[in-house]
Design a protein. Structure first.
Ligand SMILES: [Zn+2]
Length: 106
């Protein structure tokens, strides 16, 4: 594949995601927040973010992932590289997971 040319900001789903994330609060935006802001389904957010991460890198920016954590025991999924929400806690097996949040930083 040839090098993709990033589309103009704001004109695509990814541009809209980038704009939302650049404006994100300190605690970031979750996939659910982003799906509502951009108008895509929550399950499609992670795929777009993976691509967006690459185009951000090319601009010298970074997609910061604020890790998911377990509501039950406080376990933090800090080593997790996937952008989706974990299914259950490996420590206490609780399915009550506070999902990862994202923002763009330089
Ligand atoms: Zn737990």
């Amino acid at each position: 594949m040839s090098t993709p040319v990033p589309p103009p900001r704001g004109s695509t789903v990814r541009g809209a995601l980038e704009a939302a994330l650049a404006d994100a609060p300190e605690h970031g935006l979750t996939a659910k927040d982003l799906s509502a802001l951009v108008g895509i389904s929550e399950k499609d957010v992670a795929g777009h973010l993976e691509h967006l991460e690459k185009s951000l890198k090319a601009q010298g920016l970074r997609l910061e992932v604020l890790p998911a954590s377990c509501i039950g025991c406080g376990f933090t999924f800090k080593d997790r590289r996937r952008l989706t929400r974990p299914g259950a806690c490996p420590e206490c097996r609780s399915p009550r997971i506070d999902p990862p949040a994202f923002r763009v930083t330089s």
